[in-house]
Write a protein that binds this ligand. Structure first.
Ligand code: TXA
Ligand code: MG
Length: 347
């Protein structure tokens, strides 16, 4: 199959109409969102959903997120509640996904066999226009091959999906850079299953009774049943060994400067550290305090680390709170919990 890439904005009506026809016909279209690129399919078409799993090589029990053009559209496919609308008023459209009980029209192929469906109303104008033109909710997991970092550019998508899907809509680099915050609602309380740009503190402004699921920071214990199927799958691990350095205990620059002399390594450093390190395989993540930039760059740099052909990658251990929790959660999984320094250091 030939994969075509089109540069689009929300006014590219001819191309978006073609894309919406593909969706209606049961085909797949990669779409930009404000978080990462998604691999879109008609969420109500079971065969289209099955094609998504096939293109990604995704385990069949890991459910897809269903994208709607307005919070109210969730009524057609799920059972909402007052707290859903309180959250929607504050965070939708935007990078928040809410898990709700599903209606019968949503095929179990989309939800990995579960009775619930993950609802997200994206803010990206291209994604919104495409859902509107398609006239159906769009199931869209991140558009990477299973086990690779989520794509934040159309070229990332092309690298993984070339020959497998007919169309990629190129909307430029994704703004946020990591996937949406995923939450579930239980008896008027919130459990955060995957951290993203919408933080625990943000959620608490709407619902005081909000907490983080254990598996966000820790490894699942043997035999423990995850609240979200996505938690149990091995996530992206770079080809090189990734080590996180707790810089409260280890001088990051001194340590990595030594490693640069003796190892074929890459260093994910803060911008302020560039001038102190050897100019070899540096992957600057942004300024130390600029969590937004670091989040934006995370998957771009992890993909670049793979391209460099290094044996090891060293990075700072991110803070595990606020907006930085999203980076922590992705990095701690990517390094298989290899942390150097500190009381929890397992180096
Ligand atoms: O930002 C995003 O959320 C992107 C863009 C494309 O919207 N999508 C995305 O989808 O990251 P995906 O499929 O890569 O991640 C979906 C996560 C998985 O961890 C999955 O297990 C969880 O959401 N999930 C989906 N439906 C669920 C459900 N009914 N119950 C529990 N977890 C669910
Ligand atoms: Mg994904």
């Amino acid at each position: 199959m030939k994969t075509e890439i089109f540069w689009v904005d929300e006014n590219s009506i001819d191309i978006l109409s073609r894309a919406s026809q593909l969706i209606k016909d049961g085909s797949l279209v990669a779409i930009p969102t404000e978080t990462v690129y998604g691999l879109g399919a008609n969420a109500l078409d079971k065969n289209a959903c099955l094609s998504v799993f096939k293109a990604k090589g995704r385990p069949a029990d890991n459910p897809l997120i269903v994208h709607v053009s307005s919070p109210e559209e969730a009524e057609k496919i799920s059972f909402t509640c007052p707290l859903y609308y309180e959250l929607a008023n504050r965070f939708m459209p935007g990078p928040l996904t809410i898990i709700l009980p599903k209606r019968d029209n949503v095929p179990r192929e989309a939800t990995g066999g579960l009775d619930t469906v993950a609802i997200r109303c994206p803010s990206h104008p291209v994604a919104r226009k495409l859902i509107e033109l398609s006239g159906v909710p769009i199931a869209a997991p991140s558009a990477n091959s299973s086990g690779k970092p989520s794509p934040t550019t159309a070229m990332h998508v092309f690298d993984d999906m070339n020959g497998k899907i007919p169309m990629i809509l190129d909307g430029g680099e994704c703004d946020v850079g990591v996937e949406s915050t995923v939450i579930t609602i239980k008896d008027n309380s919130i459990i955060l299953l995957r951290p993203g740009k919408v933080t625990l503190e943000d959620l608490k402004t709407v619902c005081k009774d909000s907490q983080i699921a254990g598996a966000v920071k820790e490894e699942l214990k043997a035999g423990e049943k995850p609240l979200s199927p996505g938690m149990k799958y091995k996530h992206y691990a770079p080809k090189a060994e990734l080590y996180l350095i707790d810089d409260k205990y280890i001088d990051f620059v001194e340590f990595t400067k030594q490693k640069q002399k003796t190892e074929n390594c890459a260093v994910m450093c803060y911008d302020e550290e560039i001038s102190q390190l050897e100019n070899k395989n540096l992957l600057p993540v942004g300024k130390r305090e600029d969590i937004k930039m670091q989040t934006h760059n995370l998957f771009i740099l992890l993909r670049r680390a793979d391209d460099l052909g290094v044996d090891t990658v060293y990075a700072h251990l991110p803070q595990d709170e606020g907006e930085s929790l999203a980076i922590y959660n992705r990095m701690i999984r990517a390094c298989s919990h290899r942390v150097l320094g500190g009381i929890n250091g397992k180096g």
